[in-house]
Ligand binder design. Structure first.
Ligand code: PRX
Length: 627
């Protein structure tokens, strides 16, 4: 498998934005600051930086120090001075089939109006606005409006529930929450406002909630706190003229919460300058974006993929973006293929889970549609198994579209290990590091492991798109990512990987207590604490087991409180409880009732023992097991 190559066609190579890798890579790692400063010059700055990289306070790196910029100036304002003003920026399709489109001119109008609304609500530079919305254009307007006036956004994925939302609002101390009455998903209405109402009860800081009317179903609106978006946008205050705030390169653009090893989610902080440079460069080089393209990143803007590659990078690159609200198989499994044909999509970027899910329905669904507009494909979020890769390549890409399997993380801001369109591909490998990045696979001591062997993936060099810290917890940032290889100054990714004889990187999976379910990132600790919050539960453990479509699925073990009896009904109740607390994506496959859990002498649950047992495997070294 490791030696099976798929070569790009001559045409792909001839037309690619970047025509070679080896030489350029070599130069970029010899002089990363030179490479990144050239890239930064492709953006518009209010004031040029004085220093490309400040590494005087490791691991708290700073990029483009002294530079003044606003990402929105680059994503919108500068296009308005060119022919792109009237180019389509966004084509949006709702699940019920409604369509809305926005040129860059129209996008600017919507963003500016809403920015003025936010200002009128007292939103100021530096404060964090929580956004909890379905995949509707207003989600994008809201993010951009915040950034335009210098406020930071914290987008909480619309599939999360009360507890997850409340925890994030509290951590960010948001005064303003932006939401919608609901959204459409698989023909049903999601009750976002109901969840916000509950979450806000637990969050003392919230003073204002702005609600987009999407579904029109009845929702409870609190007097003097809740306002309808469309009503505010109709007021004279919502003028279409709004100045884009001048920001420092290193000013906070957003925080985005992600799961880690403890129950408390981490708010990774990204900035205006470095993030703009990094995301736009990776998008342009890897997805070869050109003015005539129609770009579809079929992620949710609530995750980093959506932040970087639905919203910011494509707009900076002046692309036309497709955004879709609903499920890939609604009402039929040809929904995506139909949209590719209808809008002439040229680049599709999605997750292995979505590919496997659609593959299940058979070739006849895509074959009913003309997919010849496609020229490049992409994959992200979890390792793609060669079978799914080949199906995607053959049936969707018709053997002419290279697949960009991009490895990266919420923490990295953009692609870290990825092919370029010209790279010979191996199904299941993200191939090689992006320009400027040096990566290695090492053992616990930091020695590189032999070719083909598994080890810990580290990034040896800083890059402009890196998260700057964990919001409000710099110590945790240092501890989680930098402590283990502090001496070497390397970033620990939390993934295991191997590098083959051709230097291709193969990601194996997480080595910490993070579970990737359908590409979504969840912490075992979050699931466990949701279980323990149920009155029947005394202790709980969650593990991941391989799943054919989702990549991994969640399996849980529970010790009940004295006097509570186990049973099918309680199992269902506990599964639903997790779903209600965190969100449907976290719903366990099953709950096994047990009398004890394997623990170390210091009381840590040994999840690997549970995992091995569940798979009928040898649990390995058990010397630290207490019972
Ligand atoms: O385990 C890796 C997996 O997703 C993790 C990061 O998750 P998150 O922060 O939610 O970001 C997902 C989207 C960037 C990584 O630590 N992962 C991401 N991309 C890939 C991947 N695993 C294998 N191949 C990939 N292409």
């Amino acid at each position: 498998m490791d030696s099976e190559f798929f070569y790009p066609s001559k045409e792909v190579v001839k037309n690619a934005n970047v025509k070679e890798y080896d030489n350029l890579y070599k130069k970029s790692v010899e002089n990363p600051e030179g490479f990144w400063s050239e890239r930064a010059k492709t953006l518009e700055w209010f004031k040029k930086w004085e220093k490309v990289l400040d590494d005087s306070n490791k691991p708290f790196y700073k990029w483009f120090v002294g530079g003044k910029i606003n990402i929105v100036h680059n994503a919108i304002d500068r296009h308005l001075k060119t022919w792109r003003r009237n180019k389509l920026a966004v084509i949006w399709e709702g699940e019920p089939g409604d369509v809305r489109t926005f040129s860059y001119h129209a996008l600017n109008r919507e963003v500016s109006k809403f920015a003025n609304v936010l200002k009128s609500m007292g939103v100021r530079k530096g404060e964090i606005v929580t956004i909890y919305m379905p995949q509707i254009p207003e989600l994008m307007f809201a993010m951009l409006a915040c950034a335009k006036i210098g406020a930071a956004h914290s987008v909480v994925y619309g599939g999360f529930s009360v507890e997850a939302l409340a925890g994030r609002i509290q951590d960010a101390k948001s005064r303003v929450v932006l939401t919608a009455d609901g959204g459409f998903r698989r023909g049903k209405i999601t009750d976002l406002k109901g969840i916000v109402n509950e979450a806000v009860k637990r969050s003392a800081t919230v003073e204002v909630c702005i609600v987009v009317k999407r579904t029109g179903h009845e929702v409870f609106m609190e007097n003097d706190r809740d306002f309808w978006y469309h009503e505010l946008m109709g007021l004279p205050i919502a003028s279409a003229k709004c100045k884009t705030e001048i920001m420092d390169s290193e000013d906070m653009l957003f925080i985005l919460y992600t799961s880690g090893t403890t129950g408390k989610p981490k708010g990774l902080l990204h900035t205006h300058g470095g993030y703009a440079v990094y995301t736009s460069t990776t998008h342009k080089f890897v997805f070869d974006i050109k003015d005539e393209d129609r770009w579809w990143c079929a992620a949710d803007p609530g995750w980093v993929t959506g932040h970087s590659y639905i919203v910011y990078a494509p707009l900076i690159n002046g692309a036309t973006i497709l955004m879709y609200e609903g499920a890939p198989n609604h009402p039929y499994p040809n929904r995506w293929w139909q949209m590719i044909e209808k809008y002439g999509i040229s680049i599709l970027y999605t997750s292995p889970t979505a590919i496997r899910g659609l593959m299940r329905f058979g070739d006849q669904w895509p074959q009913r549609h003309d997919l010849t507009s496609l020229r490049l494909l992409g994959s992200v979020g979890e390792p793609i198994n060669p079978e799914a890769w080949k199906w995607y390549h053959k049936v969707i890409g018709q053997e002419k579209c290279p697949i960009m399997d991009t490895w990266w993380q919420t923490e990295t801001g953009g692609f870290m290990i990825t092919p370029l369109p010209i790279t010979p591909l191996k199904p299941g490998s993200g191939t090689k590091p992006f320009f400027g990045n040096e990566v290695a696979v090492v053992d616990d001591k930091g020695n590189e492991v032999p070719v083909g062997e598994e080890g810990k993936l580290v990034i040896k060099t800083p890059w402009p798109g890196m998260a700057r810290t964990i919001y409000g917890d710099a110590e945790r940032y240092r501890e989680v990512y930098w402590k283990e290889f502090e001496k070497q100054g390397w970033y620990k990714a939390g993934d295991s990987a191997r590098i083959d004889k051709d230097g291709y990187v193969w990601i194996i999976g997480r080595i910490d207590d993070v579970i990737k379910v359908s590409g979504y990132r969840l912490g075992t600790a979050e699931i466990e604490s949701a279980l323990v919050s149920h009155p029947a539960v005394s202790e709980a453990a969650a593990i991941a087991l391989p799943h054919e479509v989702k990549g991994n699925s969640i399996h849980t073990y529970v010790i009940l409180r004295a006097g509570v009896s186990a049973g099918k009904q309680l199992e269902e109740e506990l599964k639903n409880h997790v779903s209600k607390e965190i969100g449907p994506i976290a719903k366990p496959e099953d709950v096994t009732f047990v009398d004890s859990l394997p623990k170390t002498r210091s009381g840590k649950i040994m999840r690997r023992v549970l995992k091995a047992r569940a798979q009928g495997l040898d649990a390995g070294d058990l010397t630290t097991l207490e019972e």
